[in-house]
Design a protein around this ligand. Structure first.
Ligand code: UDP
Length: 328
């Protein structure tokens, strides 16, 4: 058996942190990435195989070459707003691409699959805390595409015995405290990096998308989890599968929600600078409140988030931001 793990999207934000965690745990991460949103220089912990999930032949070659013991599937389009403007690219890239990947894995007898899903699969749920058993009613094409992939994994489990750990992430933030990898989207759409940009003058202001939500301060509430904690859970999920345990879905969040305004206040406190803001209209596809119940990951996987305070996430993101990598 090799120690190779095929990491799709290993050149991206979460994927590159996962490669570091895998390498630290003694695995060899093989990055498969089309570099459409990732960065070749973020691939530091194993080889890079450039390729697109829509290219089945290329995928088959890579499975043949490395004989991975498992797949960690991060590669995806992941912007809620974009998915509402152009749903077709979400269905094609995320769903058709994942179908190719799953088929190539099964054909190569690579039957362990760790999948990055999302709390966006739950949709709008009247303020409840979301557990893995909550109904899934996605309200944007991004969430719908991820939900479809979850269904696909279940079909391949039934018919071919594919085993999966599905992680439904809440809002991922922060960066590797060693500064080896970090968040670098182009264009950036996520709250914390955009806020840091506004703080140091790289953009005029942060626009708050909607101040009329039914929340205490009128802005959306999200549950933020540190990327280092998130990728630790992935390594634990991989071990879970290697130990022959059953396919399972886990939420990854802290169980505490913060409003956009609260994140702004924390960012000001951490950086000791004001955040210039503009109050804007709601962004299409945004849910009012997404907060996890994540007891299952703690009790079953033994996952213990260590850095997932807003203070630590913003501190680590700010440190990375100041290195200038962000300006690629
Ligand atoms: N948000 C905002 N302004 C921005 C970007 C995001 O007000 O420029 C809000 C967004 O409406 C959501 C929260 O911040 O309520 C987190 O958004 P992000 O895009 O970071 O992650 P998502 O929740 O879409 O995965």
């Amino acid at each position: 058996m090799t120690s190779n793990v095929l990491v799709t999207g290993g050149a991206g934000y979460i994927g590159s942190h996962a490669c570091k965690a895998l390498s630290k745990a003694g695995f060899t991460p093989i990055t498969f990435d089309n570099l459409s949103t990732g960065w070749a220089d973020s691939v530091k912990f194993g080889p890079l195989e450039q390729g697109d999930l829509l290219d089945l032949t290329r995928l088959q070659e890579v499975f043949q070459k490395y004989k991975p013991i498992a797949v960690m599937h991060f590669a995806a389009l992941s912007q809620v707003g974009e998915s509402m403007l152009d749903p077709g690219i979400y269905w094609r890239n995320n769903v058709c691409g994942s179908l190719n990947l799953i088929e190539a894995a099964v054909a190569s007898d690579c039957m362990r699959f760790v999948f990055s899903s999302t709390c966006a699969t739950y949709g709008e749920q009247d303020g409840v805390t979301l557990t893995e058993d909550s109904a899934q009613h996605p309200i944007n094409a991004y969430g719908a595409s991820k939900r479809a992939i979850e269904d696909m994994l279940k079909s391949f489990a039934q018919s071919h015995g594919l085993k999966s750990v599905i992680f439904r992430y809440f809002n991922v933030a922060g960066a590797d405290p060693d500064g080896e990898v970090g968040e670098c989207h182009q264009p950036e759409t996520h709250l914390i990096p955009l806020m840091l940009d506004a703080i140091d003058g790289k953009r005029d202001a942060l626009t708050i998308y909607g101040t009329d939500y039914d929340t205490p301060d009128g802005t959306c509430i999200r549950d933020y989890v540190h990327v280092m904690d998130l990728v630790d859970a992935h390594v634990q999920g991989l071990s879970w599968l290697l130990e022959g345990k059953e396919s399972t879905v886990f939420n990854l969040g802290t169980g505490t929600g913060f409003s956009v305004r609260e994140v702004i206040d924390h960012s000001s406190a951490v950086t000791n600078k004001a955040v210039p803001i503009v109050e804007g209209v709601r962004r299409s596809g945004d849910c009012t409140r997404l907060v996890s119940g994540s007891q299952l990951a703690r009790s079953k996987l033994g996952w213990t988030p260590k850095r997932s305070t807003l203070q630590a996430m913003i501190t680590d993101a700010w440190r990375w931001h100041q290195t200038g990598h962000y300006d690629k």
